[in-house]
Design a protein around this ligand. Structure first.
Ligand code: FES
Length: 173
């Protein structure tokens, strides 16, 4: 856990707050702008870095506690960075009846994460979704743009391991 936290703190320090300036200029003085500003902030960074909340508060002339309160209240906002590979596992009806629970268990066991969590090395984030729109292929998951169909626990673990191995080859440590 400790190393994960350090890793995330490093990411936080690296963020370029100036990327927010056009958004803040657009919404300065506009009532009810906190939610759209946070949405755009998340679009830019993939999550809401802590430093961005202070910056937004300062620029919009709001209390940081208010911005932080909105950010943590709504489920659409993420306070932690998403892993390099975002796994969206479908638990819609068709996928559920075709064994999505077993796929979820296989992912959780292989990666040691639950819904909404990211692996300690920052590689994978798991998100459980409702219907992904391709029910005839159930059970289904998407990783990034790629759709993986008719999953079994074995094929799922293989997909995850192949991705990890591919990453190791691409970025030698
Ligand atoms: S229920 Fe899973 S894709 Fe529709």
């Amino acid at each position: 856990m400790g190393c994960c936290q350090d890793h995330r703190d490093e990411i936080r320090e690296d963020i370029d707050l100036q990327l927010l300036d056009p958004v803040l200029d657009e919404y300065k003085g506009v009532r009810g702008s906190v939610i759209p500003v946070l949405q755009k902030t998340q679009d830019i960074y993939g999550y809401l870095p802590r430093a961005s909340l202070s910056y937004i508060a300062e620029k919009l002339g709001e209390k940081e506690a208010k911005i932080y309160g909105v950010a943590t209240f709504y489920a659409q906002f993420r306070m932690e960075p998403i892993g390099e590979h975002l796994i969206m596992l479908c638990q819609g009806t068709a996928c559920h009846v075709n064994g999505a629970d077993r796929i979820q268990m296989a992912i959780e066991e292989e990666l040691k994460i639950k819904d909404g969590e990211t692996t300690e090395d920052g590689k994978f984030t798991l998100m459980i979704m409702a219907c992904l729109g391709c029910c005839s292929l159930a059970p289904v998951m998407m990783i990034g743009e790629e759709t993986y169909a008719k999953l079994t626990p074995e094929s799922t673990v293989k997909i995850l391991r192949d991705l990890r191995n591919r990453d190791h080859k691409e970025v030698p440590e």
